[in-house]
Design a protein around this ligand. Sequence first.
Ligand SMILES: NC(=O)c1ccc[n+]([C@@H]2O[C@H](COP(=O)([O-])OP(=O)(O)OC[C@H]3O[C@@H](n4cnc5c(N)ncnc54)[C@H](OP(=O)(O)O)[C@@H]3O)[C@@H](O)[C@H]2O)c1
Length: 276
Amino acid sequence: MQNAGMNALGLNWRYLAFEVPPTRLADVIRGCRAMGFIGLNLTVPHKLLALDLVDHIDPAATEWGAVNTIRFEYEAAPGTWRPLSEFTGDRLPETRAAGFNTDADAIIKSLAEDLHITLEGKSVLVLGAGGAGQAAALRIAKSGVKHLHLVNRTETKLPPLLAQIQHQNPDVTATAGYPKTPVDLVINATSLGLRSTDPLPYDSRAWDISDAGAAYDMIYRPAETPLLRAAREAGRPTANGLGMLLHQGAKALELWSGRPAPVDVMKHALHQQVYG
Ligand SMILES: NC(=O)c1ccc[n+]([C@@H]2O[C@H](COP(=O)([O-])OP(=O)(O)OC[C@H]3O[C@@H](n4cnc5c(N)ncnc54)[C@H](OP(=O)(O)O)[C@@H]3O)[C@@H](O)[C@H]2O)c1
């Protein structure tokens, strides 16, 4: 997806994947900076660790509690930092690592595009409160939802998250546990569904899928998870997380390059890569 996007923009860049142990993340960020990398994407388990390892944090990354994109920047004028991609000199200048989060907005974009859902005044059930679930819950709460219901296997993760949601969005009713009345949307942000043998990500004795107007699964491989199958069989519209993956990547490319991302090219490449 990224290489297709970079090619389409005519950039002589390459996007490569590296497996990095969490204990070496600081070294890796420093090393990439020293070698003149344009930027980085980070995934599990680095997104939270990176908050403390970058030189500058975009306010959205602080707000959503995670960094998934780093942009290396040079000081174009005293106190003015610009993307390294804009540097035209011969010698690599001193740079800083700036941390961003492109995940949170990507889910809102994907919900609008793939399920035609806008969240204002809606009731939403979010399953899972790991890194992605927390960022999604905080972002969705900010989108004007009326009721937010949160369920997580480890229940102790919920009270601090609920407190943060209420503090930032006093108009939203946020509660732990399955809703007693129908919701407009259920979102799976657990890792249940990644394997073909996985059970449903919710307790079907406590809650029924027909009580959701639509279902979204952050998982995109397999294309249809147990949640999405159950929702489809109940006649509900469904979407998987491929759109979220696409839009977080497109936004990252825009941050690095300073140019609009060729989203259609990236989407095509992503579909080819993930589904063949
Ligand atoms: N589409 C995208 O672009 C995108 C982006 C990010 C993530 N994702 C997907 O979202 C999911 C969560 O990612 P993450 O980064 O939040 O991972 P994470 O921080 O490891 O969180 C995992 C979540 O799944 C729950 N969980 C794991 N095993 C479970 C089980 N056996 N029973 C019940 N709950 C279980 C965890 O509950 P506990 O808190 O109890 O451990 C936690 O809520 C993954 O499937 C990932 O692939 C997709």
